[in-house]
Design a protein around this ligand. Structure first.
Ligand SMILES: C[S@@+](CC[C@H](N)C(=O)[O-])C[C@H]1O[C@@H](n2cnc3c(N)ncnc32)[C@H](O)[C@@H]1O
Length: 470
């Protein structure tokens, strides 16, 4: 072997050794979750819930950094080195250090050697001393194996909210998975994660915030002010959201009790705030996947779609289709569906209060929970509302802005009807009449608490109309 070939082979060997010791730290960090998360309080059985210690699986942390690198346009070794020379990373609630070790892995896969990362500044904060000790020991093991010290990676045992008050660092990007813990009644926010986000956004040297958060951050009224603060921060926003059925990001799930409510804690959003384009507004649909496709989903960049900063909903939408995203961008000033509805008179039909694969239209039988009566001023408006609520567009609107289960009065009433859509529906009244008259052909029945519920699935009936509306 000549000298050049021998040098190359040694450097390949060193890089593979470097990757392998990082992998060992990642495996250890994942395995230590139960042990570490119970330490730090008086009652180990309660400590996990009380500190929100549900650590991030390695594959999710890898996905997180893929999206982070994309968001910050870090695509090769040069851009990585430029980024770390100008940025201090802060993990506010590091646990066993999964995010730090996964960052090293992502950097190594881009070709960074241990020597390249000696200047990396990563502040690793947590209240749990046992977790930080564990983290430091794993880091020392990596240092010994590669013969390099990472002096800029420093643990700090502190309450993050205190840490933020007492530190003053420029060009900070916060990264990680903060604790999801219900706050006491009367607190500013219902959940501690929102305090973390607010403190990060108001940190003097903030340059970015990248976190795994409960999906509630996107749509819950409780966090409307937090979203307004996020939008007002003058930074780019990229959000990808993950359902909890059939698979979910956190393999063990996040149980109920003090660790916030079950559904939201298991459905998550990876939120990237910051990056080179302060006007960026993009979001993925609510992603769901069978467990056999987990590896594919977590190694793929989701389909991001642009949304408007002035999106009327005030949400971070989960755009379900290009058609819906395009429609909403052109819908400012459109009449809300509410203005086609009447408050008086006999309901013309009803809408099922929950949905899955379609919005269920029903015959109105009686007022009560589980269905929304629809009243219209005239026969024509009844036809228009029927077409709108049966459309693929409205179904995608529900998937984009709904909570994933409920069809609410508010959601129906706020749907923006553009002049073009209203015109189209007006010209299509004959079809609406015909579909309603023959509705039995579209009936679907299911048993609900011993009662047969009949609803109409009009997707196919109005299919031609849907494409024209788009
Ligand atoms: C959801 S775990 C995340 C751990 C790690 N980031 C990960 O994803 O694997 C939340 C962590 O927050 C820590 N924690 C809880 N309250 C905190 C606080 N006020 N300040 C700093 N850390 C806190 C817990 O000790 C726990 O390690």
């Amino acid at each position: 072997m000549n000298r050049l070939a021998s040098t190359r082979s040694k450097s390949r060997q060193a890089q593979s050794n470097w990757l392998s010791v990082i992998d060992q730290a990642i495996i250890a960090a994942e395995a230590a979750e139960l042990e570490l998360s119970r330490q730090g309080g008086n009652d180990p059985s309660q400590q996990r819930k009380a500190s929100g210690s549900y650590y991030t699986p390695a594959d999710v942390a890898g996905h997180f950094w893929d999206l982070f690198f994309r968001h910050h346009h870090i695509c090769d070794l040069n851009s990585l080195l430029t980024f770390i020379a100008s940025t201090d990373l802060v993990e506010p609630s590091a646990g066993s250090g999964m995010f730090v070790f996964s960052f090293l892995k992502k950097a190594a896969l881009l070709g960074a050697t241990p020597e390249n990362l000696t200047s990396l500044r990563f502040h690793v904060v947590d209240i749990n001393l046992a977790a930080l000790r564990f983290f430091s020991e794993r880091l020392r093991e990596i240092e010994r194996a590669v013969g390099v010290n990472f002096d800029g990676i420093g643990p700090a045992q502190k309450d993050f909210l205190e840490w933020a008050k007492t530190s003053a660092i420029a060009n900070v990007v916060f990264t990680g998975n903060p604790p999801f813990i219900s706050n006491a009644r009367g607190s500013r926010w219902r959940n501690l994660y929102a305090d973390f986000v607010e403190v990060m956004l108001s940190y003097r040297g903030v340059k970015g915030v990248s976190l795994i958060l409960p999906l509630s951050v996107c749509f819950s009224r409780d966090y409307a002010d937090l979203r307004a603060t996020i939008r007002a921060a003058g930074m780019g926003i990229s959000a990808s959201s993950y359902d909890n059925i059939p698979d979910c990001l956190f393999k063990a799930g996040k149980p109920d009790s003090t660790n916030t409510n079950r559904a939201n804690s298991q459905r998550c959003t990876i939120l990237n705030i910051g990056g080179p384009d302060p006007t960026l507004r993009e979001a993925s649909p609510l992603l769901s996947w069978p467990s056999a496709e987990r590896a594919t989903v977590l190694s793929t960049v989701p389909a991001f779609r642009a949304f408007s900063n002035d999106d009327l909903s005030g949400q971070i939408p989960r755009p379900a289709s290009d058609m819906l995203a395009d429609y909403m961008r052109g819908a400012s000033g459109a009449r809300p569906l509410r203005t086609f509805l009447s408050k008086i008179g006999k309901p013309a039909f009803a809408v099922g209060g929950v949905a899955r694969n379609y919005i269920g239209i029903r015959d109105f039988e009686k007022f009560g929970p589980g269905c929304i009566p629809i009243k219209a001023h005239s026969e024509d408006e009844r036809g228009l509302v029927l077409q709108v609520l049966s459309s693929k567009l409205f179904y995608d609107y529900w998937r984009t802005y709904g909570d994933g289960f409920h069809v609410t009065v508010d959601l129906i009433e706020r749907f923006p009807v553009t002049a073009a859509l209203a015109d189209y529906c007006k010209h299509n009244q004959a079809l609406a009449h015909q579909v309603w008259a023959n509705r039995a052909a579209c009936a679907k029945e299911k048993l609900n608490s011993g009662q047969v519920i009949r609803s109409y699935d009009f997707r196919a009936a109005f299919d031609d109309a849907h494409s024209v509306m788009a």
